[in-house]
Write a protein that binds this ligand. Structure first.
Ligand SMILES: C[S@@+](CC[C@H](N)C(=O)[O-])C[C@H]1O[C@@H](n2cnc3c(N)ncnc32)[C@H](O)[C@@H]1O
Length: 339
């Protein structure tokens, strides 16, 4: 069981008989057996899939927006990795709570729970640390019931990116990769002007949608599909495409799990952190599985930190790995599936 669930379990008497909203939970033994009147909000498609069968119909929401549950006795936020994502979630949760309702924050010390007191101070009073164990802390505040309604537009950030051939309006939300700017690696990938093979192209781990938007305009013979595990990223990608008049399909997938069919090309700035740990397993699994999604002669084009040992993995699964571009930090790799 996750450490955050263990500390919640130790405080089970606080939650008994309460109608609670649990936000951003892990998938584990505790969260698979929640009381029937609890509601869960997640933005992680892995959690949506993991808990889908265990909660009452309508009690699990995968979205960038919090479900508008009425009659709540309190709410618990499991601290997300990015502090601005915590602020975004709390701004949606607190207006759902009546005056006097408890708001709990639980998380790992290395996951930023040390900021709990400050975070909760903007949303209530009587703030106290209730428990501390297994490198985790559980905090509580009492809300005043006078929170301003949440307005998504107050949290959206729109920036204009200038490329030599086009300008793009990029929309992002807190905690979406490279929020409010263009990542240096993604920029290097977009400096590569070699055309993509025509046909269906997958943007894996699309974030706010910058790769597909720019590449779709440059490659009119390509039809893009964008996938990500994060509901906020998917919302932003959809908005970025719409604002730049690019038609493409956007849908959730954990890894390539929900990606079916074969593609003329797959482009990606693959994730290499999951949660609070440094982890390349998502990218490794991606190289392993992507072969079944590439057409014969299909191209995999990715950008990655130069220190990540991806070329042997790419060559083991797809084929010869060429470096299309590089700078002091990043490399753009291309490999073509056997024809
Ligand atoms: C390095 S970012 C790249 C974002 C975007 N393509 C860009 O260039 O700005 C990697 C993206 O992969 C997503 N991701 C992480 N784990 C994933 C998984 N298991 N399945 C699908 N997407 C995942 C993250 O949410 C993030 O948006």
């Amino acid at each position: 069981m996750d450490n955050t669930s263990q500390i919640l379990q130790r405080s089970a008497e606080l939650f008994a008989g309460q109608r609670l909203l649990l936000v951003n939970p892990p998938v584990d033994g505790l969260t698979r057996q929640l009381p029937a009147d609890w509601h869960v909000w997640t933005w992680d498609y892995f959690v949506q899939q993991g808990l889908g069968a265990n909660l009452e119909q309508g009690h699990l929401r995968f979205s960038h927006l919090c479900p508008q549950v009425e009659g709540l006795d309190g709410a618990i936020l499991v601290m997300p990795k990015a502090i601005e994502r915590a602020e975004f979630a709390l701004a949606q949760m607190v207006p759902l709570l009546r005056a006097g309702c408890p708001l709990y924050l639980v998380g790992e010390k290395k996951g930023g729970i040390s900021r709990a007191e400050k975070l909760l101070a903007s949303h209530g009073s009587a703030i106290e640390k209730l428990d501390s164990a297994r490198h985790c802390q559980l905090w509580r505040s009492v809300v005043h019931g006078d929170a301003a309604p949440f307005r998504l537009q107050d949290w959206q950030q729109s920036i204009t990116l200038e490329f030599p051939d086009q300008s793009v309006e990029l929309l992002s939300l807190p905690g979406v990769f490279s929020h409010g700017r263009l990542d240096e690696g993604s920029q290097l990938l977009l400096e590569e002007l070699a055309p993509l093979p025509t046909g269906k192209v997958l943007d894996f781990g699309c974030g706010a949608g910058v790769l597909a938007t720019v590449l779709a305009r440059r490659n009119p013979g390509c039809r893009f599909e964008l996938v990500d595990v994060d509901a906020l990223a998917l919302y932003c990608a959809g908005e970025t495409l719409r604002r730049n008049q690019v038609q493409a399909e956007v849908y959730p997938s954990d890894g390539l799990g929900d990606v079916h069919g074969r593609y003329a090309a797959v482009v990606s700035n693959p994730p290499f952190h999951t949660g609070i740990r440094h982890d390349t397993s998502v990218a490794e699994q991606f190289f392993n599985e992507v072969t079944r999604n590439l057409l014969p002669g299909g191209e995999l084009r990715i950008v990655a930190n130069g220190f990540l040992k991806y070329p042997p993995l790419i060559e083991a699964h797809i084929g010869q790995c060429r470096v299309l571009r590089e700078n002091s930090r990043f490399k753009v790799y291309s490999a073509v599936a056997p024809g």
